[in-house]
Design a binder for this molecule. Structure first.
Ligand code: UFG
Length: 323
C-alpha cells in the first residue's frame, strides 16, 4: 500500500515509516519541519506541507494514497496550558483540514495519534478504553476533540479510523539512525540519559509527595517500535472494520520516576544525579494502560515489555553518531 505519513519526520512518525518500509509499503512523508528532522525522513519522499495551510496539502495526494497515518501535533502538556490557541489550531483545525483533503482525494482510512492525556486524572488504576475521559489540559482536550470528529466523520462520510492512545512512548531504533530528539526535551527517559552523560542542567524529579509507593509519578512506558507495529495492525483492522475505533497502547506495567532513574543507572552503568523539585502542573499521579483490546482485536503484543530493554535502545540512540 501507499501510506501518507503526516508528521513522519517526528519521533513516533519516523519509526512508523521504518515499520511500514520493513513491511513492504510505500511511504510519503508530509511534514512542516517545525519539530521534525529532515534526516529522519529515510523511507520515502518528503512533501513539505502544513496542515494549517490547506492549499499545500493537495501535492501530497498526487499519487494514489491508500491510507493516512496522522502524527502531526503539538504535544507538550505545559505549553498547551499557556498557549491553548496553538493547540486547538494545530491539533483540531489542522486535522480537519487534513481530513477534508483526504475526502477531496477519495482517501477513507486514517490512523490517528491520540494520547493517554484524554483521560485526565484517572479514577481507577488500570485505564481501559471505556474509562471516563476528562482531559485536564488543552493538549488532551484537543486530541479528544479529534476522536469525536473521527466518530462524526465515520457517520457522515463513511471514514474508517483507528485512534491509538499512546501512554509513554520511549526507546529508539538507533541501528536505523532514528530516535527521540525534542527541543526542548521534557521527557523523563531522555533527560535521565542526558544526566547520565553529564549533559544539560541536571535532572529534576517533579514532586515526591504523590500518593504512590515512593511518592513519584508512575507511568506506563511503551517502546516506539511497538507503537509503530500497532499502526500497521490498525491498517489491517480498517480493512475489516468500518467505523471509528480507539485502542489504548501501553505495557500495563507502571514505573515510578525513581524506578526509571534506577533502571537508567543500571543500563548506563553511570551515576544519575538528580534533585527533587516541586510538582509539574498537569501531571496525574498514576497512568497505566489496559491494552487488552489492542491485544485481543489487533493481535498486538509489545516486544519490549520490560523497562531496561526500552532504556537500552534509548541509550544506544543517545550514544550513536546520528544523535
Ligand atoms: N519527569 C521528571 N523530570 C523530568 C521529566 C519528567 O520528574 O525531567 C516526570 C514527570 O513529572 C512525569 C514522568 O516523569 O511524572 C513522566 O514524564 P514525561 O514528560 O516523560 O511524560 P508524561 O507522562 O508527562 O507525558 C506523556 C506524553 C504526553 C501525554 C502524557 C499523558 O509524552 O504526550 O504522557 O499524561 F500527554
Amino acid at each position: 500500500m501507499h501510506i501518507l505519513v503526516c508528521g513522519g519526520a517526528g519521533y513516533v512518525g519516523s519509526h512508523a515509516c521504518l515499520a511500514l518500509a520493513r513491511a513492504g509499503h510505500e511511504v510519503t512523508v508530509l511534514d512542516n519541519m517545525l519539530t521534525g528532522h529532515r534526516e529522519a525522513v529515510r523511507w520515502g519522499r518528503l512533501v513539505d506541507a502544513d496542515i494549517l495551510k490547506p492549499e499545500t496539502l493537495d501535492s501530497a495526494f498526487d499519487r494514489k494514497v491508500d491510507a493516512v497515518m496522522h502524527f502531526c501535533a503539538r504535544s507538550l502538556v505545559g505549553e498547551s496550558v499557556t498557549d491553548p490557541y496553538a493547540y486547538y489550531q494545530n491539533n483540531v483545525t489542522g486535522t480537519v483540514n487534513l481530513l477534508e483533503a483526504m475526502r477531496r482525494h477519495g482517501v477513507d482510512r486514517v490512523v490517528f495519534s491520540s494520547t493517554a492525556a484524554v483521560f485526565g486524572n484517572p479514577v481507577s488504576d488500570m485505564i481501559d478504553e471505556d474509562h471516563p475521559k476528562n482531559p485536564i489540559n488543552p493538549y488532551g482536550a484537543s486530541k479528544l476533540m479529534v476522536e469525536r470528529v473521527l466518530a462524526d466523520a465515520a457517520n457522515a462520510y463513511g471514514l474508517r479510523s483507528v485512534a491509538l492512545r499512546y501512554f509513554n512512548a520511549a526507546g529508539a531504533a538507533a541501528d536505523e539512525g532514528i530516535g527521540e530528539s525534542h527541543e526542548p526535551e521534557t521527557h523523563l527517559i531522555p533527560n535521565a540519559l542526558k544526566a547520565a552523560a553529564g549533559e544539560g542542567a541536571g535532572l529534576k524529579v517533579f514532586g515526591n509527595d504523590y500518593p504512590t509507593p515512593d511518592g513519584t509519578c508512575v507511568r506506563d512506558y511503551v517502546h516506539v517500535l511497538d507503537l509503530a507495529d500497532a499502526h500497521l495492525r490498525a491498517l489491517d483492522w480498517m480493512d475489516r472494520e468500518p467505523g471509528a475505533h480507539r485502542f489504548n497502547l501501553g505495557n500495563g506495567n507502571g514505573f515510578s520516576v525513581l524506578q526509571v532513574i534506577e533502571a537508567a543507572r543500571k543500563v548506563t552503568g553511570r551515576d544519575i544525579p538528580y534533585e527533587i523539585g516541586p510538582r509539574r502542573a498537569g501531571d496525574p499521579p498514576v497512568l497505566v494502560a489496559s491494552s487488552a483490546q489492542a491485544r485481543e482485536k489487533l493481535g498486538w503484543t509489545p516486544k519490549f515489555d520490560r523497562i531496561e530493554p526500552i532504556i537500552e535502545t534509548a541509550w544506544a540512540w543517545h550514544e550513536s553518531p546520528a544523535y
